[in-house]
Design a protein around this ligand. Structure first.
Ligand SMILES: [Zn+2]
Length: 121
């Protein structure tokens, strides 16, 4: 398994979201609840991971994907009655599916236009 490296920026529909790592002590001193491990601020386009120093890698990865899904919903103005419910259920399921299917991930990341027209076009 590849080492977990937190991206500094995540682009959603071309819009950059800065990813901030907030150590647990700093998060607590800012009044962030000890239960809160991530936050997405659509106005400032910032994704915060709180206390990644005390989270397992699996939890930090899930939190990052969770907040990215919130960003996708916000940027694309997807109106949902309860986006927390959807994101909370979809994030671990999507992560599990992507991890179980590296060929799928490779296909998703490939440049379909190049393959469609061949390298000599
Ligand atoms: Zn959430």
């Amino acid at each position: 398994m590849a080492e977990f490296r937190v991206p500094t920026t995540v682009r959603v529909a071309g819009q950059p979201f800065a990813v901030r790592i907030v150590p647990s002590g700093e998060a607590l001193s800012r009044g962030v609840s000890g239960d809160t491990i991530g936050h997405m601020d659509s106005g400032h386009q910032v994704i915060s991971l709180y206390g990644p120093d005390v989270l397992s890698t699996a939890c930090a990865v899930d939190t990052l994907l969770h907040e990215v899904l919130h960003a996708i919903i916000a940027v694309h103005a997807i109106v949902l009655e309860d986006d927390e419910e959807l994101v909370s259920r979809l994030s671990p399921a999507l992560l599990d599916t992507l991890r179980a299917n590296p060929d799928l991930v490779a296909a998703l990341l490939s440049d379909w236009e190049v393959h469609e027209h061949g390298p000599e076009d």
